[in-house]
Design a protein around this ligand. Structure first.
Ligand SMILES: C[S@@+](CC[C@H](N)C(=O)[O-])C[C@H]1O[C@@H](n2cnc3c(N)ncnc32)[C@H](O)[C@@H]1O
Length: 513
């Protein structure tokens, strides 16, 4: 690893022993995600709001956890004697050795943080202090174009939830920021690379690797794939910038006139860098346009290689652009003038919908490709997306019939039958039925009332051929209907998440074909 220009950086690259001492101190102090969430009453750390952003000020710093939250998350100083008493001389020395904390220049009787530092994904992650958590720095120092994106956001939380923990050989994180996904993924990867365009983020990723004692991650600086030219990977993950650039430059946010410039180039580079059988997991914002869905547009960016890629687009939300910006402006997230400017921009681009999404793109061998879109259900993440990709892969390569025949389908616990009744003949008559599923993906499937009723037969005790035989014997299945129609119906119900072939996700994950 190359030596950083430490003058520019808030922290110091210490020795392995100094990194280990800091790490062990933080762990020993109980500075964990669960402890912070419990102390602050949060569901997850993605919900964290610093004191400057409206959280009520707690009265005192009473223990080590309070002290660490106050400095590293709220960016507020703590009195030196209080800190010495709570953290102990050794603890304070371990943090100071890496320059994670320092004496406040305007109040030397206080200590403050030089970085934000938080436990995430069972790692300790440092990023730049924010304007609401200034620590030792003044606001003007915090508004740098190359500020390191805090992984402590709901966006990074969503991104991480969509990343698989299954083993891979060579993992590439593009647009890595703190390097959180490469560092978390390194546990199950042979080697991981964290690439970011800014020198500062690259050094933070390198620092975070050292802080966590991880030695199978290489942090490289450069534009997207440039630092890994000639290398291929079986997993690529990215949370790129996606906001249309219209103000002072912020590198972690701005992505060209339409907000898709980085995402587009990232997709264009896949044919050179993603191995057959490998998958990309990318969380960002992008648009459906008049006459071209996002999936159509992604296929266009893949060029001649598009026939080698399957696409699963998992949406976290989607809205017409004007509605989205009206919402942001009314919440005070963007000024009304920007909201108006963006609405006009998207009108010019003929963007019909803004999607906040995770794209799973799988490279495959010679067989037909699929493109599927699903709305994410609460609590669903990488395992559920991978299971759907595995099932659609089986549908594409023809192996699904065999898998279905061997399985015992079960009606999903998340399925609800919704009936429409019409008045007539002196009472209510059922005129339409639909099955709604909330998890793993939100789907509504219209069915005939008879077929919807039959679904309760699938209780996980019989195979598909056994069901078919029983239905034929009882006369419930129309004799003129071929077996293949029944099998196709079951396959569709598995793809919709109405039927499961195991207890959790729609189907057990299978290797990519
Ligand atoms: C939204 S942040 C995500 C950071 C981190 N992956 C996370 O999820 O917390 C986007 C990151 O992309 C980096 N970036 C922007 N343009 C890039 C490019 N062309 N090549 C590589 N990195 C880029 C920024 O410096 C920033 O660190």
């Amino acid at each position: 690893m190359t030596r950083p220009k430490t003058r520019m950086l808030p922290f110091r690259f210490g020795s392995d022993a100094e990194f280990a001492a800091a790490r062990e101190f933080l762990a020993g102090a109980g500075y964990t995600t669960a402890a912070i969430c419990e102390r602050l009453g949060l569901k997850d750390l993605g919900q964290f709001k610093p004191l400057g952003e409206g959280r009520a000020t707690p009265p005192e710093v009473n223990d080590r956890l309070d002290a660490l939250i106050r400095m590293f998350l709220d960016g507020m100083p703590v009195e030196a004697p209080v800190l010495a008493r709570l953290l102990g001389d050794d603890g304070l020395a371990a943090l100071a050795a890496l320059r994670l904390v320092g004496r406040h220049p305007e109040a030397p009787d206080r200590w403050a943080a030089r970085v934000m530092l938080y436990p995430m994904a069972s790692l300790y992650i440092a990023s730049d202090l924010g304007v609401h958590a200034p620590g030792l720095f003044r606001a003007e120092e915090l508004m740098r174009p190359d500020a390191v994106f805090p992984a402590l956001t709901s966006n990074t939380h969503t991104f991480l939830q969509q990343l698989p923990a299954t083993p891979c050989e060579r993992l590439l994180e593009l647009c890595a920021g703190t390097g959180i996904a490469a560092l978390a993924g390194a546990r199950s990867a042979g080697h991981a690379w964290a690439v970011d365009i800014t020198e500062r983020s690259t050094r933070f990723a390198e620092f975070n690797a050292r802080l966590n004692g991880i030695d199978n991650v290489t942090a490289l600086q450069g534009d997207l794939y440039a630092p890994v030219a000639g290398l291929t990977f079986d997993r690529i993950v990215a949370h790129p910038p996606y906001v249309p650039a219209s103000g002072p430059e912020v590198i972690f946010r701005d992505a060209g006139e339409d907000g898709e410039a980085v995402f587009r180039r990232l997709i264009e580079g896949l044919p050179d860098h993603l191995e057959r059988g490998g998958r990309l997991y990318c969380t960002c914002m992008a648009t459906d346009r008049a006459g071209a869905t996002l999936e159509d547009r992604i296929r266009g960016w893949l060029g001649e290689a598009e026939a080698e890629f399957d696409l699963l687009v998992v949406t976290h939300f989607e809205l017409p652009p004007t509605d989205y910006y009206l919402r942001l402006a009314s919440m005070g997230v963007v000024p009304w003038a920007i909201a108006e400017q963006r609405s006009q921009l998207y009108k010019r681009l003929e963007a019909e919908r803004i999607l906040y999404l995770t794209l799973v793109a799988q490279r495959h061998g010679p067989r037909p490709s699929f493109s599927v879109r699903r709305e994410n259900g609460e609590g669903a993440g990488a395992a559920e997306a991978d299971a759907l990709v595995a099932w659609m892969t089986a549908v594409s390569d023809g192996s699904w019939v065999e898998r279905l025949a061997a399985a015992r389908p079960r009606l999903s616990d998340a399925a609800r039958l919704v009936l429409t009744h019409a008045a007539g003949d002196g009472g209510w008559t059922v005129t339409a039925a639909k099955v709604q599923v909330e998890y793993p993906f939100r789907r509504t499937v219209e069915l005939s009332v008879n077929v919807a009723t039959l679904l309760t037969l699938f209780d996980g005790t019989a195979t598909a051929p056994e069901h078919l035989r029983r239905l034929r014997d009882s006369g419930a299945f129309p004799p003129e209907m071929p077996d293949a129609a029944f099998v196709k119906f079951l396959g569709d119900m598995v793809a919709e998440g109405v039927l499961r072939l195991d207890g959790g996700a729609p189907v057990e994950a299978a290797p990519a074909g």
